[in-house]
Design a protein around this ligand. Structure first.
Ligand code: SF4
Length: 443
């Protein structure tokens, strides 16, 4: 028996294919491959950089689906099903919208696939694949199973190993699909398993792709203690409230943490309330304290903003960029607020009749990457799209790159950091222009 795992791309540029040069390892597919019994052959194809050999023989195709890749995932599924090969879809988007996904597959997986993956394989082997498998989210990564990193070979992923320590987040931001998926709960993996996984691969640069690695500060401190002897560099995603705990900041810095993706979201207090961004709201003072602490501990911060709340204006979007530049963030993302299906934000905009693209921007043939998918209160959708693009362009201008590079506390702290800064700053700048207004799907 053979199972083919597929990671879909988002889509294509208007007149050419798109190759994602900033692609990272598809960790969850490697975890599922690791859980697959040894007598089953597995293959992994990454649609972001290679053609999928639809005619190659296989007995089951498993596709991971995110909201941004749903259109392409359904296209791939149809190719295989047209050839009589059964397809199972899983991932966050499938759990958020199971009925939509079910129309495009023989079977769907709702929840964390690890818990029932061996059942799926057994059923497929007997030709008795069920139409739905439901395993409510609520497991940490399984013990005694290492991801099949050998499947990544030759695919040109960024030179950092992706891993997970926790899943989920205790907060409930209104726009966040993670919060909806995990219902504000989080799950922690055994530390000895994490240490083993780091030790059994060669890389010294680790990206913990946890939704919020700081969701449980005590657990994070324990992890930091165990990481010190491994002498690695690591990054993750963390909520801003970590800056309130100096011991935790020190523990992270001592263990090799060089920074996080952090959700600043907005500099407008009213928008913070709209976002229900609890970790940022308490004691809000324009992030002066948070930025100072992050710099004091040498964190190369990737600041993530979501823009387009009811309190936002064209000018406030541009002011956000000025704030990011003044703060000398190593990287920053100026994301348009996106109504992910079934989130509180989506439901609110739907009830107010403000959703565009029939409320399904992820499938709509006219929707383009980085476009507003709803009607903002204080500007036209195109104005929001333009303001965010201008913010991205200015933050990634040559002047801005040099200005941010000159920060002795963060980007110039070591030679390794300086080199990483240039490598990724130039890559992100290039990808920004390539992806802008890209079509979803290839057809
Ligand atoms: S803190 Fe981050 S992960 Fe947690 S609910 Fe908010 S946006 Fe989602």
């Amino acid at each position: 028996m053979k199972i083919t795992f597929i990671k879909p791309t988002i889509g294509r540029r208007e007149h050419s294919l798109y190759v994602d040069e900033g692609r990272m390892e598809p960790l969850m597919l490697a975890v599922l491959a690791g859980l697959t019994p040894n007598d089953v052959d597995v293959a992994l194809y990454d649609d972001r950089m290679e053609s999928i050999p639809f005619d190659e023989e296989t007995d089951l195709v498993a596709i991971t689906v995110e909201t941004y890749t749903a259109r392409r995932a359904y296209e791939i599924s149809e190719e295989y099903r047209g050839r009589g090969v059964p397809v199972i879809l899983g991932g966050m988007h499938v759990t958020l919208l199971p009925d939509e996904a079910a129309q495009h597959a023989d079977s769907i997986f709702i929840g964390d696939a690890e818990s029932l993956w061996t059942t799926v394989v057994d059923d497929a082997r007997r030709g008795k694949l069920q139409s739905r498998y439901v395993a409510p989210p609520g497991v940490a990564q399984f013990p005694n199973v290492l991801p099949r990193r050998d499947l990544y070979k030759g695919k040109g992923y960024l030179p950092m190993s992706l891993m997970q320590y926790t899943r989920g987040c205790r907060f409930a931001c209104s726009f966040c699909a993670v919060s909806k998926y995990f219902d504000k709960k989080h799950y922690i993996r055994r530390i000895d398993e994490v240490v083993r996984e780091i030790s059994e691969q060669n890389r010294k640069f680790i990206f913990f792709i946890d939704d919020n690695i700081a969701t449980d500060r005590k657990a994070l401190k324990e992890l930091c203690r165990e990481l010190i002897p491994l002498r690695i560099h690591w990054i993750s995603q963390a909520s801003l409230d970590v800056t309130k705990d100096q011991n935790l900041m020190k523990a992270m810095a001592d263990s090799g943490c060089i920074g996080h993706v952090m959700g600043f979201e907005t500099i407008t207090p009213g928008s913070l309330r709209d976002a229900r961004k609890a970790p940022n709201i308490s004691g809000f003072s324009n992030y002066q304290h948070e930025v100072r602490i992050l710099r004091e501990f040498g964190m190369q911060t990737w600041a993530a903003f979501t823009l387009g709340y009811d309190n936002d204006t064209y000018d406030s979007v541009l002011a956000t960029m000025e704030f990011a530049l003044k703060s000398k963030f190593t990287f920053a993302a100026f994301n348009i607020l996106m109504p992910y299906p079934n989130t509180p934000l989506y439901n609110k905009l739907e009830s107010e009749g403000r959703l565009l693209y029939d409320g399904k921007w992820w499938l709509h043939p006219e929707y383009r990457f980085n476009q507003a998918a709803f009607v903002p209160k204080n500007m036209a959708p195109d104005e929001l799209t333009d303001a965010c693009h201008i913010a991205r362009k200015k933050f990634n201008s040559v002047f801005s790159l040099m200005y941010r590079f000159s920060d002795m506390q963060t980007n110039l702290k070591t030679l390794w950091r300086a080199a990483s800064y240039w490598r990724y700053a130039t890559l992100f700048r290039k990808e920004l222009y390539k992806k802008h207004k890209m079509r979803f799907g290839l057809k």
